[in-house]
Design a protein around this ligand. Sequence first.
Ligand code: CMX
Length: 441
Amino acid sequence: MGELKDRFKLKADALGVEIKEILKEHGSKKIGEVTLSQIYQGMRGITGLVSETSLLDANEGIRFRGYSIPELQEKLPKAPGGNEPLPEGLFYLMLIGELPTEADAQYVTSLLQRRSHVPNHVFAAIEALPVSSHPMTQFVTAIMALQTESSFAKRYAAGMNKKEYWDAAFDDSMDLIARLPRVAAYIYRRKYRNGDHIQPNGLLDWAGNFAHMMGYSNESFKELMRLYMTIHADHEAGNVSAHTTHLVGSALSDPYLSFAAGMNGLAGPLHGLANQEVIKWIFEMREALGVDLPSKEQIADYVKKTLSEGKVVPGYGHAVLRKTDPRFTAQMAFGKQHMPDDELVNTVWRVYDVVPDILKGLGKVKNPWPNVDAHSGALLVHYGMVEYEFYTVLFGVSRALGVLANLIWARALAFPLERPKSVTTDNVKQWLAGKEEIWGE
Ligand code: CMX
């Protein structure tokens, strides 16, 4: 094992150096429509996907069917007495493309309530894992256990006509969205509340009921969940969770299989897991400094220490965005309204005052501004949800709305199997030397 690893390391180091040199000299050369740099560096800037549900502008941020987050907060139906949008309304908007009336949003709520039953074997599958398992591991396991309920898989096995794919994908997606809060709340109560579970309340909206089942009866926490479930739902198609769900779905894997795959991607620290990393990083900073509300100077020193240890500053930067994420701004406004004096929330705001200039100073970070994950944890901690390993599950429940709306559309529009072409570095070298053709040139 050790020898094989050593041999691999020698090869990897050598090829890494070679690729760097190739890109330095030839990175802008094109294979077909795309540059060598784009091929090697995460396909940035290549338009190759369709999402009807949302569009991300690098400087303006996300728009859902043309509506910005402040517009959604103004125009989407609210829960009785509430100010934040109902995520059911956003789901309707993403799926249908038109703003829902109050009755439309209520109809989605009632559909989800009716479909929310979770079979016992799903809880048994969660219970089979050690309680110490990461909540995302338990979440993905539960989604896979739910796959026994897939109408798409059963109808496909029975010879479903391809014109009906969207119909089966629709049914599975609605069932899955309806069941996720119950499953996620079960994991939360199992891991952090000694398995003292709370039954659903059929009178509550989707996000309000989720808050209730996790054990948070405070009205303003329910409002936070409605906002949280709305702003995390969708971020066009190229992010890891959305793209993975779409890619796996393109093989006609059913919505359970596709969504579980997307959630494995969300569990990566450069994507959804960043929300737990942010709070972990702030807690560690406070402990290291021995204060609850560090000064800007103390924060600046701690950020520099983080960077000097070869780590990223979690919650900052983005592959597409080039300004402060409007999802961060919406959460900041919520904090100013509901908890202006909270020390942790104020720490997040001080970090925001300090980090962008330091990241700009590195000269390589394309976006020094905060993303959605920089703020969410501090709001949750304010209400007592300190168990930061659970945060990515919250993100995942919300993300279901966008990626599954997209999956239904993908089957309705009969999008084909996704299968881009790849190259080898040897192939590229031969091509650069004029000795070999490259497909797509
Ligand atoms: N802290 C330190 N360095 C950073 C950084 C940050 N927050 N963001 C980017 N950089 C570095 C990159 O690591 C890269 O360095 P190397 O060239 O040494 O590898 C360089 O700046 C250029 O990166 P980039 O083009 O600006 O960013 P990418 O598109 O490659 O990556 C992202 C985007 C989000 C992965 C990156 O900014 C990052 O790691 N941020 C911290 C993690 C995070 O908050 N992720 C959540 C994103 C939102 C979400 O999906 O939920």
